[in-house]
Write a protein that binds this ligand. Structure first.
Ligand SMILES: *Cc1c(COP(=O)(O)O)cnc(C)c1O
Length: 421
């Protein structure tokens, strides 16, 4: 059967897929989700622990080069805050919290988790292989001219819609790597400018994210001293995101928030290629088992993770094959095809996916600002659709994962508040 016939059959048989292809908002509940006791978890807990320990080893370096992390001694983590006023307006049950990865230090987005992690791991691998460091050293040593001279012979490259490029570019430059970021047409000008100011080479494409990734991958492969951060299949990015779950467990305990069968945790996370929400969901599911339900949120014009999982086409799903443009104001989520790794890992784990219209992103953005005084970026607002549409028990703790926003220039924040679609 050719691809077109296959897609037409899918749309006929499945009314959700048909609604998606007509640009409607949908809620897709995952029929393949398994009880945790039956689901496969091919990435082990010890790998997530190792990732957590690697972040800890690098904390003294991060504290030195990014003074804004002094108060947390180089650990980059976000707050979990109740948003009772917004909860009232949304008529949400249980207790509603905002996980403010939008305000993570240094990168201002969730990419401070996966992106930083992969660059740090690559730096450590190179330094260990060349006897520049040992695992028991104080990693302040990375903040020396000698180390930067060593890393300056290597290049790190990445394809990005904006935020991933920012986190990879910022951390690579801080370590002394040459950094090249391949930016898709969706990427905002201020993100490109900020990177250029830090000495990162930015290559712009008139095409979408998939093209930026493809070109970055191709060019990097031509240079033996170049490393490509591959958002469409990277396990390291995934592990960096998964660490968030361990830390959230500590936060919940500190705040006296119980999570068990009787008091379930319900989490909503915006998805682009799926790496960030996938890693967080994987980590949370390892910790809280069947007591946590994780939902993704995607723009109506670019629900690539939903299509990849729901059709079983995984990375071969492209929103354009379903009649969608892939164009969205949620620039951080503008990925026409999803991650091969994450769609496969999420198939038995994710509880469902919501799609949201671009117009509502700005309504949520304004509402969060007017009720709680918090400003985040449009992509980051996608997750509120879940709170509005989902049905949860009275005892639930609901978390909206805010994924980006604190680095937006004031002028653009103002424009966002005044955007009506
Ligand atoms: C990257 C990003 C996401 C989603 O992450 P993926 O790994 O692409 O799924 C969500 N929100 C914002 C603001 C982002 O930058």
């Amino acid at each position: 059967m050719d691809k077109l016939t296959l897609l037409n059959n899918l749309m006929d048989r499945n009314s959700t897929i048909s609604d998606i292809s007509h640009g409607k908002e949908v809620f897709w509940e995952n029929p393949e989700k398994l009880p945790v006791s039956e689901a496969p978890f091919p990435i082990s807990d010890s790998e997530i622990t190792a990732a957590e320990e690697r972040f800890t080893r690098f904390a003294p370096f991060i504290e030195r080069v990014f003074p804004e992390t002094e108060s947390t001694h180089g650990i980059i983590e976000s707050e979990l805050v109740p948003i009772p006023n917004m909860q009232k307006v949304l008529c949400a049950k249980g207790k509603l919290y905002l996980k403010m990865d939008s305000h993570l230090a240094v990168a201002g987005s969730v990419k401070a988790r996966g992106g930083f992690y992969e660059v740090l791991k690559h730096a450590e691998d190179l330094a260990l292989a060349n006897n520049k460091i040992s695992l028991t050293d104080n990693y302040e040593k990375f903040d020396t001219d000698e180390m930067r001279r060593f890393f300056s012979q290597y290049t790190v490259q990445v394809g990005s819609t904006g935020n991933l490029g920012m986190s990879i570019g910022i951390m690579s430059a801080a370590l002394g790597f040459r950094a090249i970021v391949h930016m898709s047409s969706d990427a905002k000008a201020w993100k490109k400018n900020l990177l250029r100011q830090r000495g990162v080479k930015v290559i712009e494409y008139t095409e979408d994210y998939s093209k930026a990734v493809e070109e970055g991958r191709r060019r990097s492969a031509l240079d033996p001293k170049s490393y490509f951060v591959d958002d469409e299949k990277s396990v390291d990015l995934f592990l960096g995101y998964a660490v968030a779950a361990r830390r959230l467990k500590t936060t919940l305990r500190e705040k006296g928030i119980t999570v068990d069968r009787k008091y379930p945790l319900v989490v909503y996370i915006p998805a682009g290629v799926g790496g960030a929400p996938g890693g967080i969901t994987y980590g949370l599911t390892r910790i809280f088992g069947d007591s946590v339900k994780c939902y993704f949120a995607e723009p109506v014009n670019c629900p690539s993770v939903l299509l990849g999982i729901a059709t079983g086409m995984f990375e071969k799903a492209n929103v354009r094959d379903f009649g969608l443009s892939g164009k969205t104001h949620a620039d951080g989520l503008a990925c026409a095809s999803p991650s091969s790794l994450v769609t496969r890992l999420m198939l038995p784990i994710v509880s469902g996916v919501f799609t949201v219209s671009d117009a509502k992103l700005y309504d949520y953005l304004r509402l969060l600002y007017s009720t709680e005084g918090i400003e985040i970026e449009p992509s980051s607002c996608a997750a509120f659709i879940g709170v509005e549409k989902n049905t949860v028990p009275e005892n639930a703790t609901q978390i909206v994962w805010a994924t980006g926003g604190s680095m937006i220039p004031e002028k653009i924040k103002k424009e966002y508040l005044e955007t009506y679609l």
